[in-house]
Structure formats: C-alpha cells, structure tokens
Design a protein around this ligand. Structure first.
Ligand code: BTN
Length: 323
C-alpha cells in the first residue's frame, strides 16, 4: 500500500499497467489496492485511457526531509527517527521502547494511527497525509513530580515552531491543548515509564491537524480546526515536523534544569482563556471562577468566590451563559 501511495503522491495520472509493473502485481490486484485507499479518506480519480490519480496529490512524510529541517542540536539529541506507515498509536510504540530501551531518546512518527489516543481515554482522529502524529521518548532523572508543567512547556514549543512558519494567533488551553479561534488544533499526551521517584522516561505524544478536510467532520467530538483552514495555504509537513522537533528538543534539554518556570511568561502570553469565566472539572466536582493563568509550577490559577485556587489536574472549559 505504501509503495502505491508513493507512486500516486504526485497527484498525476498513472495507468493501471504502470502501477502494476511498479508493484509487481496484476491489474486486478492494482484495482483491489486502489479500493483500499478510499476508506483512508483519499479520493482516487479514475479516467479511462489515463489511469488513476489522487486528486491534489499527497504530502507524504520522508525521514530525510524531516532530518534536513532539523538543526544541529536536535539532530544530535534526536538521532533516532522511526518513521512508520501505520501503527496503533505512536505513544504505545514509544512506551514499549521506553520500557525496553536504554536512556536514549527515540522518536516514533506515523502516517496513520489505527488507535490514536487522546487524554482521558478519548481517541485521537488523524488523516493520512493530513496530520502529524508522533511521540518522543526522553529520559529524566528526578521523578514524576519534576515533570509538572512539561505538557505546558511542550505547548510553548509547538507554538514556537508554528510561529516560525508564519502561523500566528494560536492559543494555549491548560493543560495541553492548542486552539485557534476556540477550536482544537493540536493536543499533547504525556505518559511516564520507570521510577516515579527517580529515573524515568517521558513519552511525549503530539497530534496536530494539518489538513483534515471534511474527512474528520462528524468524527471528532469537539470543535476542531487545521493549519490549512488557519493559514489558507498548504503547510509542508516534513518542514513543520523538523521545526517541531527542533523546539521540542530545546525544551526537553532545558526542562530538567529550569522546570516550567522558564516558560510561564510565554505560556501566559498565549493563554486562550485568560480572564474568561470558566468551569474546572475535578472528577465530579465543578468549580467556577475566572481563569488567571498558571503559576511557576504550571498549576492552573482560578479566581473563585473563595479566593484564588490552584489546580494541578482536571479539565477547564468556558462557562456558557444561558440567556
Ligand atoms: C489530547 O489532546 O487529548 C492529546 C492528543 C494526543 C494525540 C497524539 S497523536 C500522537 C500520539 N499517539 C497517540 O496515540 N496519541 C498522541
């Protein structure tokens, strides 16, 4: 399937014979393989006498192109880029490496996830050629407590990479969402393996909507957006992923020494809910207040009727005023 996609990625017509010869299969087998592309959200045009094409082409990931976009620091720190066509979840793959591997960093990238996971047991929807789904394994020495605020710092890193490509106006929503115009653009899922008090590995999983089109409409259970909608132009996913790895490598390198405090000011400057009336959910409990940013540890600050409260976990949402 991957070879077929690589052939059709240019958006040009390819005859059944040419495809068959490239894949070393019969015309019937070609047709069967082409049929399998539709459930992946790809529109295959077929014109008699010309052959088949993927309308608009397909922007496939390429390890060499990603590496070419990485700076020296990131290349040294993240030399192991494992680009897979399809996996269940890059976080699950990366977690296996975190458990069995040594202290080396590792990056798992996938074109397709069959079981992409979001926070709180939700699934993460992505589209072939239209998303970025990847996970970075990074070793830390000082236990889980020292990782508080890491997902917020990663949000800052993602936003820096987007700004480098000219994408501005993206906001951060505590603790791990990137929003544009109130709609979800990207999310971060961090999972930990190892000793909760000492030497441990963080799996930092990132999902970003690049060009989901209508494939995702009706599947994603919350308002969403993608980079194509925001910027009006196609973003080169290889270039973007290289830039993301540059910024993420920088944050991961510094975080052990600085903690979240070094990113607090920048995070606050992009706080999508600052000054808004919100509800914080902690289990079954709902606390209403005005969102007042985050403290140096990355805890959410909420001004409530009982004064300022801090939250180290939970979910925040805008309070809807009923008329
Ligand atoms: C969230 O917003 O709930 C977090 C979403 C994280 C999704 C990414 S996609 C790459 C990595 N693999 C997964 O299964 N999940 C994360």
């Amino acid at each position: 399937m991957y070879t077929l996609l690589q052939l059709l990625a240019d958006g040009e017509y390819h005859s059944g014979r040419e495809i068959g010869e490239s894949l070393g299969v019969s015309r019937t087998a070609v047709w069967k393989q082409l049929k399998k592309l539709e459930p992946l959200g790809l529109q295959v045009d077929s014109v008699k006498g010309r052959g088949y094409r993927i309308a608009g082409g397909l922007d496939l990931l390429c390890a060499d192109k990603i590496k070419a976009a990485m700076d020296t620091h990131a290349t040294q720190l993240l030399p192991d880029l494992d680009l897979k066509f399809t996996v269940d979840s890059t976080n699950t793959q990366a977690m296996q490496r975190a458990i069995t591997g040594g202290r080396e960093a590792y990056v798992c990238i996938a074109e397709l996830q069959s079981g992409g996971r979001g926070r709180r047991g939700k699934s993460w929807v992505s589209k072939l050629g239209g998303s970025l789904c990847f996970s970075v394994v990074w070793h830390f020495e000082n236990g889980v407590a020292a990782l508080e605020g890491l997902s917020l710092a990663i949000g800052v890193a993602i936003n820096r990479a987007l700004q480098d490509l000219g994408v501005t106006g993206v906001g951060l929503k505590w603790p791990n969402d990137l929003l544009f115009d109130g709609k979800k653009l990207a999310g971060v899922l961090i999972e930990i393996a190892g000793d909760a008090q000492g030497s441990c590995q963080a799996v930092v999983g990132i999902g970003l909507n690049v060009n989901l089109q209508q494939a995702a409409a009706g599947i994603i259970d919350q308002p969403w957006t993608d980079l194509l909608t925001i910027s009006g132009t196609r973003v080169d996913r290889n270039l973007l992923l290289g830039g993301l790895l540059n910024e993420i490598a920088a944050v991961l390198t510094d975080f052990s020494a600085t903690g979240f405090a070094a990113y607090q000011r920048e995070w606050m400057s992009m706080d999508a809910l600052a000054g808004r009336e919100v509800i914080v959910m902690q289990g079954e409990t709902q606390i209403v207040g005005v969102s007042a940013g985050v403290d140096p540890a990355g805890a959410l600050c909420l001004d409530t009727a009982d004064g300022r409260q801090r939250f180290h976990g939970g979910e925040i949402s805008l309070r809807r005023v009923h008329s």
